[in-house]
Each structure stands twice: as structure tokens, then as C-alpha cells.
Design a binder for this molecule. Structure first.
Ligand code: HEM
Ligand code: HEM
Length: 175
């Protein structure tokens, strides 16, 4: 067991902050659409869009942070596991960027500007098109969302596997 706490190589502080705030923003964005689905109040769809766009900006900043900071060297594991983890992390980045983009495109192709917390508005920057609005709606709700759920569940299961089965202290790298 080489990763004892004394010489544990952690993710940079900025990477850790980006990771956990992304997770919280994803959760809050989902809670808002859940409240909207159940209470049918326009307040919650507005908050859903505002938090979703916040996550988009956050993810763009996160990608830049990822490019300019050094990732810790991977812990030792079979090559196929390392490859899968890298693919799934790349997938999560792509999904968390594609999801709010699809939401934004669904809205503007539907002819609706997007208000962000009453602070500013993203205007309708395309020619509204019902078919495209429907396409991005389907992409948002039927394709990307189930994929995010699957990737996130696998991601958390992998973290728990490292924590409780392999006991290799992987989780501490992101804490
Ligand atoms: C990562 C960010 C986002 C996540 C995880 C997310 C997730 C979801 C989910 C799970 C639904 C519900 C589907 C259902 O009720 O079955 C939904 C619906 C919706 N989302 Fe998002 N969303 C995000 C970003 C956005 C953004 C940025 C916008 C617009 C600017 C947006 C606009 C909408 C709209 C209008 C609906 C309702 C669609 C309908 O009722 O047909 N979303 N979203
Ligand atoms: C309870 C929830 C979560 C736990 C325990 C967790 C744990 C971890 C750990 C330990 C790592 C580092 C792996 C390593 O050092 O090789 C990591 C990385 C990562 N996590 Fe999570 N995570 C959680 C939630 C999420 C969520 C919700 C997302 C996004 C949907 C996410 C996206 C990522 C990404 C993209 C990386 C790779 C970081 C990079 O390469 O920059 N995580 N996570």
C-alpha cells in the first residue's frame, strides 16, 4: 500500500474545489427541475436554467484549470481500469458541457431568451425553429440525462470500490 497519508499525491486545491462544486451544481440543477416537475412553478424552471448555465460556465473554467494544473500521477491499478477511468472522466466532462448547451439551444430555438438569476439575459441568438427545439429537448431529457445518471452512478460506485474494497485511499486524493 504505497498511498499512505504521509506521501499521498492529491489533486490540486483548485481541482478539488472544481470537482465538488460541479457535483453540487449538478445536484441543485436537478433538484430545481424535480421541484418544477412536481410543483409546476415558473420559479423553479428559471432556477433550473440559471444553475444549469452556471454549471456550463463552471465547467469551461474547470477545463481550463485542468489544462493548466498538474494532475497527480495515477495510483497503481491494472491498465484496463486506468483506461476506463480516464475515458469515464473525459465522458463526464463532455456530458456536463453538452447538457446545459442542449438546454440552452432548446430554449433559444423555442424562441425563449434565458434569464440568469435576474442578473442578465441570454437573448435568442438563433432563428427559432420548432423541430430543432424539439431535437434539443429530446437530446437534453432522453439521451444526455440518462447517460449522465449512468456515468455518475458508475463513478460513485468506483469511488466506493476503491474506498471499501481496495482500501487504497484513492478518495483522499479528491478530499
Ligand atoms: C447540466 C445542466 C442541466 C441538467 C443536469 C439538466 C437536467 C434536466 C432534467 C433532468 C430535465 C427533466 C426531464 C424530465 O422532466 O423528464 C430537464 C428539463 C429541462 N431543462 Fe434542463 N438541465 C440542465 C441545464 C439546462 C439549461 C442550461 C437549460 C436552459 C437554458 C435547461 C432547460 C430545461 C427545460 C426548459 C426543461 C423542461 C423540458 C420539458 O419540460 O420538456 N436545462 N433538465
Ligand atoms: C459522492 C460523489 C463523488 C465521489 C465520491 C467522487 C470521487 C472522485 C475521486 C476520488 C476522483 C479522483 C480519482 C483519481 O484520483 O484518479 C474523482 C474524479 C473525478 N470526478 Fe468525481 N466523485 C463524485 C461525484 C462526481 C460527480 C457528480 C461528477 C460529475 C458528474 C464527478 C466527476 C469527476 C471527474 C470528471 C473526475 C476526473 C477529474 C479530472 O480528471 O480532472 N464526480 N471523483
Amino acid at each position: 500500500m504505497s498511498n499512505t497519508s504521509s506521501h499521498l499525491s492529491k489533486w490540486s486545491v483548485s481541482s478539488r474545489i472544481f470537482h465538488w462544486i460541479s457535483a453540487v451544481l449538478l445536484l441543485v440543477t436537478w433538484v430545481m427541475i424535480f421541484l418544477y416537475d412536481n410543483l409546476d412553478s415558473n420559479l423553479y424552471i428559471g432556477l433550473h436554467k440559471s444553475f444549469g448555465i452556471s454549471l456550463l460556465f463552471w465547467m469551461i473554467a474547470r477545463v481550463i484549470n485542468r489544462a493548466v494544473t498538474k494532475a497527480p500521477p495515477p495510483i497503481s491499478m491494472p491498465k484496463w481500469q486506468l483506461l476506463l477511468s480516464q475515458l469515464s472522466h473525459f465522458g463526464l466532462y463532455a456530458l456536463l458541457i453538452a447538457m446545459p448547451m442542449a438546454g440552452l439551444l432548446m430554449s433559444v430555438y423555442g424562441g425563449r431568451p434565458v434569464d440568469i438569476f435576474g442578473l442578465f439575459q441570454i437573448s435568442v441568438f438563433v432563428t427559432p425553429d420548432r423541430d430543432l427545439a424539439r431535437f434539443y429537448n429530446d437530446l437534453h431529457t432522453d439521451i444526455i440525462w440518462p447517460t449522465i445518471i449512468a456515468f455518475t452512478l458508475i463513478h460513485i460506485a468506483a469511488a466506493l470500490y476503491h474506498q471499501f474494497v481496495k482500501k487504497d485511499n484513492l478518495m483522499a486524493r479528491m478530499k
